[in-house]
Design a protein around this ligand. Structure first.
Ligand SMILES: Nc1nc2c(ncn2[C@@H]2O[C@H](COP(=O)(O)OP(=O)(O)OP(=O)(O)O)[C@@H](O)[C@H]2O)c(=O)[nH]1
Ligand SMILES: [Mg+2]
Length: 226
């Protein structure tokens, strides 16, 4: 019997929905970012600071995932941008179907930026494409410099590493240069910003990265490039 090699990846259901979402985001000019970290690394805090800085008239929305509780959505709603909680009821990651369902009564054309906070977990979310333009991984200085080596997938797949809680550096044995080297071993050339949501240090760099991505994603910018 002749064997036919299958070289193309057969898309699973999640990949199919994610591809559809990505096409919709692309057409609408919506930049979608997927924020991933261990529980408690500071994803919601970073989003709180971000929403606080962004002009009220910006067309921004947030989907925030957790296994239980509406706590994160409640923290983020006070900035007057549209926010929805996705409660997974036990699942340790968001998937594309959850994003599609929670976007159903939002008009994507009305959004320039969609920020997704994934469930706190450094492993499972890395395997689920949500249709995002980029993943952003957050690593706090209390977690250990070796995490990029131990959990390489998410550091490899993320465009940006946010090293968070830098105000705690004087109190913990965490060498930020070693952490950065480890991240670059897994993902050469990886972009990084160092932030403290407590003091505000480094938030300007994060906002600059965000602005650059938003600018590059605008339909006009894409036309100029092509
Ligand atoms: N010292 C310090 N604490 C921070 C900073 N950012 C966040 N925290 C604290 O860290 C804890 C967790 O922060 P969250 O923003 O809830 O973290 P998270 O990643 O959203 O957590 P999950 O959604 O549960 O995964 C809170 O007590 C924050 O106040 C920071 O820059 N410095
Ligand atoms: Mg959170």
């Amino acid at each position: 019997m002749e064997r036919v090699p299958l070289e193309r990846k057969v898309l699973n259901e999640n990949d199919r929905i994610a591809a559809d979402l990505r096409a919709r985001f692309q057409e609408a000019g919506t930049l979608c970012l997927n924020l991933i970290s261990s529980p408690g690394s500071g994803k919601t805090s970073l989003l709180e600071r971000t929403l606080e800085i962004l002009p009220r008239e910006d067309r921004v929305a947030v989907l925030t995932g957790d296994i239980q509780t509406e706590n994160d959505a409640n923290r983020l709603k006070r900035f007057h941008f549209p926010v929805k909680q996705i409660t997974t009821g036990g699942t340790c990651h968001l998937d594309a179907r959850m994003i599609e369902r929670h976007l159903a009564d939002w008009n994507i054309e009305d959004l320039d930026l969609l920020l997704i906070e994934n469930v706190g977990n450094l492993v499972c979310p890395s395997s689920y494409d949500l249709g995002e333009a980029a993943k952003v991984v957050v690593l706090s200085v209390t977690e250990g410099e070796d995490k990029p080596l131990k959990y390489p997938s998410i550091f490899f797949k993320s465009d940006l590493l946010v090293l968070s809680k830098t105000d705690l550096l004087p109190y913990v044995p965490f060498d930020i240069n070693v952490a950065a080297d480890n991240a670059r071993k897994v993902h050469p050339g990886m972009e990084m910003v160092k932030v403290s949501c407590l003091t505000g240090n480094g938030l300007d760099e994060w906002m600059m990265w965000l602005e650059q991505r938003r600018r590059a994603h605008r339909p006009q910018a894409q036309e100029t490039v092509s």
